[in-house]
Design a protein around this ligand. Structure first.
Ligand code: ADQ
Length: 478
């Protein structure tokens, strides 16, 4: 860790809070688990200041702005307010309409009319950079998170040449042939290069980034460093993980056990397959449901013998591609259920909502087979959460080879989600795998999520940032 007096300024599009109005009063609920908690645990409660958008600030929230700011200040958070037009163009238009599909290789979904949205992206990135500069004190470390804020490191570097700046990308970084499609490819790379350290989930993403530096900017990198504007920039792989202990403890709660039993009780004689995702076209939901259909075509004897429970939490509902996806999944689930259901059984149970903590963990524990089959995913934490909850060392993980998690979780059944036949076969294999093999695989997977937690991720990123900041400071003194 950096020196004990360092303050950490975490900059992300969304603040890790949810605003809830109860009895006319606004309450801020800090997100539990995940990055926010991990950072606080590693850095200490008062050493991390979070800078970001507090989310939809509708009429009621505007009235309650004072309450909101008071609550944020107590929680160590600094709000960056966005106007409705900015949310539409910066967030939905450019971040989620261009960068998100492009970085996930879904080129048909990339918007081609994004010139105006690019302007908004730049403007909002400036706004974030200004918010950081307003609270920055020499010695602070700045951690910028994710694809919505790629220009922030460069903007900060201009204003704070000596600052220690890290950037972490939570989604894949694509191959140069794909990245080059972006009209603003040079600006995005230049923006990122303002950081001292640029982190990715896997070596493969880091390599692809280096290759873009060479092909697009003509910058040659030396394995994991590149020299740019008289400074060293380090490029590295830091696979994110979960707060494993939290999941282990929470999933042993009696209410979770009761939930898992209730789920099993409702499907007597059935093996249970589970999917838990944001409703996002990158998560491979359509192909997953099609593979269930194909499984029943290939193995009619499985009818009545399994249940596939898919929970999809609504996400980015204002973006057209997500509205379409919702409709398509509704239709697809209806079609497969209509085709194969009997009076007493249907193959797919589809929940279009977020699950509460006990339900989510109960589902992880009730699953015989967990289906994590994204078409592309930076990491995918669901795979790790599922494994952490399996105290019984049982359950089979079917995992897409295109999820970053596949690099660490080789004992899963690894599949190509674009191959319907292979996916159906993997489901069949998971449903029929014998117990010793299931245990062998699960024990190894569990060990790995115990050994590498989100706390290690924070520590390693911090150490790497300390190192390069020191190198740069020494370089400038000489
Ligand atoms: P996401 O794309 O959001 O994250 P993921 O890593 O799977 O994907 O995290 C999703 C989280 O939402 C998990 O913690 C999961 O428990 C929760 N969740 C999903 N569906 C839910 C439901 N129906 N009800 C309740 N909770 C649900 C991005 C990248 C990932 C990367 C993470 C972290 O796209 O690749 O792993 O950031 O870097």
């Amino acid at each position: 860790m950096g020196d004990v007096t360092s303050r950490y300024l975490i900059v992300s599009n969304r603040l890790p809070i949810t605003a809830v109005v109860e009895n006319g009063n606004l309450e801020l609920k800090a997100s539990t688990g995940g990055l926010a908690t991990a950072l606080k645990q590693v850095f200490g409660e008062d050493n991390a200041t979070w800078i970001g958008w507090p989310g939809e600030t509708g009429a009621l929230m505007r009235k309650a702005r004072e309450q909101l700011e008071d609550g944020l200040e107590k929680a160590g958070m600094v709000p960056v307010y966005l106007a409705a037009k900015q949310v539409e163009r910066f967030y939905e238009g450019f971040s989620n309409g261009v960068l998100w599909p492009l970085f996930h290789y879904l080129l048909d979904t990339v918007r081609s009319d994004a010139g105006r949205d690019w302007e908004a992206y730049r403007e909002v990135n400036e706004k974030f950079a200004e918010a950081v500069v307003a609270v920055y004190k020499p010695g602070d470390r700045i951690w910028v998170q994710d694809y919505q804020l790629c220009l922030v490191p460069g903007m900060l570097r201009k204003r704070l040449p000596q600052a220690s700046i890290g950037f972490f990308l939570h989604i894949p970084f694509p191959a140069s042939g794909v990245f080059r499609i972006l009209p603003w490819r040079r600006e995005i790379l230049q923006g990122l290069l303002g950081a001292d350290l640029i982190g990715f989930h896997t070596f493969s993403y880091a390599r692809q980034f280096s290759s873009c530096l060479l092909r697009i900017l003509g910058l040659e990198s030396n394995v994991d460093t590149v020299t740019h504007d008289g400074r060293l920039v380090r490029i590295g792989a830091f696979p994110i993980s979960i707060d494993t202990e939290h999941f282990e403890t929470a999933s042993a709660h009696p209410e979770v056990t009761a939930k898992a039993e209730e789920i099993r009780h409702h499907h007597p004689g059935c093996k249970i397959l589970v999917g838990v995702d944001r409703l996002d076209y990158t998560k491979g939901l359509k192909r997953r449901v099609l593979a269930i259909e194909h499984l029943l075509e290939k193995h009619p004897e499985l009818a009545g013998k399994f249940k596939f429970i898919q929970a999809a939490v609504p996400s980015r509902a204002g973006v057209e591609a997500y509205k379409q996806l919702r409709k398509q999944i509704d239709e697809l689930v209806g079609r497969v259920n209509g085709r194969f259901s009997t009076i007493s059984w249907s193959p797919v149970q589809y929940l279009y909502r977020g699950l509460d903590g006990h339900e989510l963990l109960g589902l992880y524990r009730a699953a015989d087979v967990m289906l994590v089959t994204p078409l592309r995913d930076g990491m995918n934490l669901v795979a790790k959460e599922f494994v952490a909850c399996r105290h019984d060392d049982d359950g089979v993980l079917v995992l897409s080879e295109f999820a970053g998690a596949a690099w660490e979780m080789g004992e899963a059944i690894i599949v190509n989600p674009y191959n319907e036949d292979e996916l159906a076969d993997a489901m069949h294999r998971a449903l029929t795998m014998d117990e010793p093999e299931r245990r062998f695989r699960m024990q190894r997977l569990r060990k790995r999520v115990r050994d590498w937690t989100v706390h290690e991720w924070v520590r390693q990123f911090d150490q790497a940032l300390t190192l390069v900041t020191t190198e740069n400071a020494a370089w400038h003194r000489t």
